[in-house]
Structures are given as structure tokens and as C-alpha cells.
Design a protein around this ligand. Structure first.
Ligand code: HEC
Length: 106
């Protein structure tokens, strides 16, 4: 019986950890796949937190930003590779990273 209680407590803790992780998934993907360009402005990428650069982009609407991030985008500043060049990422991961970037840049 004691063992069962321990297992139940462990599962509860794991559940809590998973919830926290899900909340930070966009940030995690950003750091792993987008930071190389968007953290530094490399290759003409709009830097995280650069409101002047992100403002007009955010005005296009989220759907356009999702599409550009997922399928790639050639703009006036440079070339955004599809999924940041990480074809292994799921669409949901990339969208979460876009959401994170928007939340930090408006
Ligand atoms: C190899 C460099 C590079 C990487 C890696 C990269 N980007 Fe970009 N991204 C760019 C560049 C350059 C632009 C700007 C293109 C322009 O406006 O000319 C851009 C623009 C964008 C935009 C704005 C599109 C628009 O319509 O203005 C979004 C959203 C975006 N990137 C999301 C992401 C996400 C999400 C990731 C990670 C999964 C990522 N990028 C990784 C280079 C990169």
C-alpha cells in the first residue's frame, strides 16, 4: 500500500513537471532552432524584442507569420528557411516558437 502511495505521488509530480514544460515549449524551440538567427539578427533576421522590426510583421496577422515560419519566407532583409531549417520540428513546435517570439517582441 505504501508503495502504491509513492507511485501515485511520483506520477502527480511528473504531471506537474510536464505542465511546466509544455508552457515553455515555445521558448525551448526558439532557443534550440531560432536563436541562432533571431537572437543576434544574423542574416537579416528580426531580433527577439526588437519592437520596431516586429511591429509591422505582427500586423500581418499570426496566420501569415505561422505560414512564413513553416514554409519559409523571402523578404527585403533576407531569407527565412522553412522551420528555421529544422524539418524535424512539428508544426505545433514551430507555431509555439512564433508565439513566444511575438510575446517577447510587442
Ligand atoms: C538561418 C537563419 C534563421 C533561422 C534559423 C530562423 N529564422 Fe526566422 N527569419 C530569418 C530571416 C532572415 C527573417 C527575415 C526575412 C525578411 O524579412 O527579409 C526571418 C523572419 C521570421 C519571421 C517573420 C516573418 C514575416 O512575415 O515577417 C518569423 C515569424 C520567423 N522568422 C520565425 C522563425 C522561427 C519560429 C524560427 C525557429 C523555428 C526561425 N524563424 C529560425 C532567419 C532565420
Amino acid at each position: 500500500m505504501k508503495k502504491l502511495v509513492t507511485i501515485a505521488a511520483t506520477l502527480t509530480l511528473m504531471g506537474a513537471a510536464t505542465t511546466v514544460f509544455a508552457g515553455g515549449a515555445g521558448e525551448k524551440t526558439y532557443k534550440a532552432a531560432c536563436f541562432a538567427c533571431h537572437g543576434t539578427g544574423a542574416a537579416g533576421a528580426p531580433k527577439l524584442g526588437d519592437k520596431a522590426n516586429w511591429g509591422p510583421r505582427i500586423k500581418q496577422g499570426k496566420d501569415t507569420l505561422y505560414t512564413h515560419a513553416l514554409k519559409g519566407f523571402k523578404g527585403n532583409k533576407g531569407f527565412m528557411p522553412a522551420k528555421g531549417g529544422r524539418a524535424d520540428l512539428s508544426d505545433a513546435d514551430v507555431k509555439a516558437a512564433v508565439d513566444y517570439m511575438i510575446s517577447q517582441s510587442q
